[in-house]
Design a protein around this ligand. Structure first.
Ligand code: NAI
Ligand code: BUO
Length: 257
């Protein structure tokens, strides 16, 4: 039987890289999408060198045409298309007084636009291929509860939960599920950058910045990217077939709703 095909955006590092490796272990062929070709190529090479089936594609998720082209290219390369993980995102540190039109527009174009174009491109492709599929979007604990200094980012992540619920209802009749994952504080370049900026703004060391985000984790440790990838593995596989429109928190017990 041929392998199922998953496309992961922002797969050159961090959570996206861990998802690509986990879905490979689960038996998927994986298309790795990123803005910087060399980064996704490096991850693809590592996966292929270890017996997986990965293919790197350069695309900016804020650009609708590039997202559609990436989905087409992945489908042509692998011969099918079954899962999209709209993972790419940016997280500017924006105390409210610092928000500018540029930072607002750029963040929404990537975080929210990238998810909407990914849902459109994937659902069109599932229709064309005459089968259902799974759409998985990156939200955040910051899309469940307001995080100081992350107004713009948090707004984009709350919006992604809304888009997830709405499109889940629209697409369910076509056997397409749409769910989201909401990581907590994950050890990636993004989180290091946020913690450093918050610490710098307060004139404190990096560890202090990280503590502002991590002090209330019930399980007492930060998240590894692999913790998130395990949840995405469930959302991409058959065990989540009877689940749609949901946003799963994987935060070690920070936000209790
Ligand atoms: N690290 C954390 O603590 C958390 C992360 N998340 C979310 O998880 C997702 C992944 O985050 P991390 O791995 O931590 O981030 P990261 O910054 O380490 O990696 C994100 C990747 O996405 C790529 N990317 C950014 N903009 C892009 C664009 N326009 N087009 C294509 N690729 C683009 C970057 O080049 C980078 O390779 C993001 O959506 C983030 O908001 C959610 C909750 C917590
Ligand atoms: C980066 C992020 O999503 C946080 C702090 O939850």
């Amino acid at each position: 039987m041929s392998k199922k095909v998953a496309l992961i955006t922002g797969a050159g590092q961090g959570i996206g890289e861990a998802i690509a490796k986990r879905l490979t272990k689960d038996g998927f062929s994986v298309a790795l999408v990123g803005r910087t070709k060399s980064k996704v190529e490096n991850v693809a090479k590592e996966i292929n060198d270890n017996g997986g089936d990965a293919y790197a594609i350069e695309a900016d998720v804020a650009d609708r045409d590039e997202v559609f082209a990436a989905v087409d290219e992945a489908t042509k390369h692998f011969g099918d298309f079954n899962v999209i993980v709209n993972n790419a995102g940016v997280a500017p540190t924006t105390p409210i007084s610092t928000v500018t039109p540029d930072v607002l527009n750029n963040t929404l174009a990537i975080n929210l636009g990238g998810v909407i174009w990914g849902i459109q491109a994937a659902s069109d492709k599932f229709h064309e291929l005459n089968h259902g599929g799974k759409i998985i979007n990156a939200s955040s604990q910051a899309g469940q509860v307001g995080n100081p200094n992350l107004t713009v980012y948090g707004a984009s992540k709350f919006a992604i939960r809304g888009v997830t619920q709405t499109t889940a209802r629209e697409l369910a009749k076509d056997n397409i599920t749409v769910n989201a994952y909401c990581p907590g504080i994950v050890k990636t370049p993004m989180m290091n950058d946020i913690a450093k900026k918050v610490a710098d703004n307060a004139g404190k060391p990096f560890e202090w910045g990280m503590k502002q985000f991590s002090k209330d984790i019930a399980l007492g440790r930060l998240s590894e990217p692999e913790d998130v990838a395990a949840c995405v593995s469930y959302l991409a596989g058959p065990d989540s077939d009877y689940m749609t429109g949901q946003s799963l928190l994987i935060d070690g017990g920070m936000v209790f709703s």
